[in-house]
Design a protein around this ligand. Sequence first.
Ligand code: GLP
Length: 260
Amino acid sequence: MSDAADQIFATLKQSAQSGAPLYLQLRKSIEDAVNRGLIGPGDALPSERDIATKADISRVTVRKAVQDLVKGGILVQRHGSGTFVAPRMERVEQSLSRLTSFTEDMARRGMAVRSAWLDRGLYAPSPDEMMVLGLSSSELVARVARLRIANDTPLAIERASLSASVLPDPAGIGSSLYAALELTGNRPVRAVQRISAANLGDSDAQLLEVPPGIAGLHIERISYLASGKVIEFTRSIYRGDAYDFVAELRLTGPSEEGRP
Ligand code: GLP
């Protein structure tokens, strides 16, 4: 803990600020210190007791401020070892116009990619899967659910569904679904992707190592073969603090006006 960090609490102690509740004042002081780089990613915060003494406020107040900052993803608490400034995520800039796989996207950035399996197997399809993939209730769906990890940081949870006729052995896909599809001539050539905001539930947040309730991105991709047949229906949750999706926009020429 640097002298600079000690300053935060000294400042707080000196300035009987604005009449705002004390925990809000402390929260702001810590947040400002993080934003100004006085304390950096991975730095440990002093113990609750030390902060309380330094800032001359009660431990309950300190706990409330710290808990708020943990909820907001500014601080992280590690059981038994204390409270730290959260590691800063290097944001991934992802084009919305190229149909690439997670493995390719990360490899292009020089990031080491791996996945943790959450599920893989053949199942009776859900109504959604039947509708999107054009399956009947007597056919099976192959599900491949993975936690996608780049440079040891979990970035996304992806749950892909495909017809069992194109992926009869979901356990055998290796590290890349698209590479496996390519081998059988089933790699998609076109996709429609829908992105919406989502607050992460407890289990997704735990997998992605972020506080529950924090903002994330829900992404649904429906991919097609050249024949127009749907090949992949994937629902994913991406970390909101890790991704910038970028789309290039062009001024529509007069001949294209009115097109969808
Ligand atoms: C992206 C897409 C998914 C697709 C996946 C394939 O992440 N959002 O819809 O299933 O790439 O990636 P990989 O070939 O690395 O398994």
